[in-house]
Design a protein around this ligand. Structure first.
Ligand code: ADE
Length: 359
């Protein structure tokens, strides 16, 4: 009955998801088609190895210990926040710390009722089901999930209309971990069924330096402390980006230099990759430039921005904007997006408030 084979759902293997973003040639491919095999090979498996999100780690340690002592499965959990901050990674850490299997899927892959039913029926007691992009779950799948989450049962309907009967089928007690970049788009009944909701935060430069150092060690790349910091500074507060950059910089170091990454080599390589001191790439700068030069600094709607940049609205909203907002370069207003005075300065323009008019 399971539509997605167990093999594809094991943690550490390739996720099998239907991700419409992958099919869209306009999407920032480096974020969407990021090498999952590489990502999985460097994923931390324990709290000790997992850098950052210290508040979350401390809370989880207590929750996990309590569940182990009670001999009960963990409460359902929802992790939300921008992409690349480690929502899947922390779910994997939870599974290995509990000593249970995790099955990973994504809401767009649960299109038909039998997709979600199959996966729920394949779970064993205590196992974790991870659903990425859970805000994209369709209504039918959501309604199948409610009794599964609440009473560990599936309501199956047999027969038609007046003779229809609902049968309650018990399923093993499992833990659902949902992840989303858009918590606000989750329906209230689904949101309410999670026992814990947690927002993942952007990482500090210090934390990202540690991520870079850890990955460099695993990949046997030589890097100095200053080199790690230079990469960390341009990683937009995001470990996934830090890990991508260390690989790209190391390619430069091997081809152009003697292989050891120091601050100078890191900065030179990132300049060549067109990643600036704030970690902004060509698309981020194009977005700010567009608003400044075509829309007088804003406000302008996100659909207009996406169309002008030939990007997908979701990519703009979920990938570009969170960091631009967090870095204070962009502002969100009820009438649309505006570039902040810092955003103007970052691109070498004078903010309108500092421009002198003749009359
Ligand atoms: N790689 C990606 N995220 C990480 C994290 N939080 N800690 C260690 N390595 C990571």
């Amino acid at each position: 009955m399971a539509i997605i084979s167990d093999d594809n759902l094991q943690f550490g293997k390739e996720k099998k998801t239907v991700n419409s973003a992958v099919k869209n040639p306009n999407i920032k491919s480096e974020f969407i088609e990021y090498d999952k095999t590489f990502e999985n090979s460097i994923r931390p498996k324990s709290f000790a190895d997992y850098i950052g999100q210290s508040e979350l780690k401390e809370t989880l340690k207590v929750i996990l210990e309590a569940a182990k002592k009670r001999g009960k499965p963990l409460d359902h959990m929802l992790f939300y926040g921008p992409p690349g901050l480690g929502k899947t990674t922390i779910a994997g850490v939870i599974a290995s710390q509990m000593g249970v299997e995790i099955k990973i899927t994504s809401a767009p892959a649960l299109e038909r009722p039998r997709d979600i039913i199959g996966i729920l029926m394949s779970l064993k007691g205590g196992e974790i089901l991870f659903i990425d992009e859970i805000h994209r779950l369709n209504r039918v799948a959501e309604e199948i999930l409610y009794p599964a989450m609440e009473d560990f049962s599936l309501d199956m309907t047999t027969g038609k209309s007046q003779t229809a009967k609902t049968l309650r089928v018990p399923i093993p007690k499992f833990t659902l971990i949902g992840a989303t970049t858009k918590a606000g788009e989750l329906s209230a009944p689904l949101r309410d069924r999670f026992g814990m909701l947690h927002r993942l935060e952007f990482y500090s430069t210090e934390e990202l330096s540690q991520v870079v150092e850890r990955t460099a060690k695993i990949l046997e790349i030589e890097i100095t402390k200053e080199g790690s910091k230079a990469i960390a500074k341009r990683s937009r507060g995001t470990p996934r980006i830090a890990n991508r950059l260390i690989k790209r910089v190391s390619d430069f170091a091997i081809v152009k230099y003697d292989g050891i990454i120091d601050e100078k080599i890191a900065n030179e390589s990132l300049d060549i990759l067109k990643i600036d001191e704030f970690g902004l790439d060509t698309t981020d700068r194009a977005l700010l430039n567009l608003i400044i030069n075509k829309y007088d600094g804003g406000p302008v709607g996100v659909e207009t921005i996406a169309a002008a940049l030939s990007e997908d609205t979701r990519t703009i909203e979920e990938v570009c904007e969170p960091y631009l907002l967090q870095a204070g370069l962009l502002q969100r207003t009820p009438r649309g997006r505006k570039v902040s005075p810092e955003g103007y300065r970052h691109l070498g323009y004078k903010p309108p408030s500092e421009q002198t008019t003749l009359f």
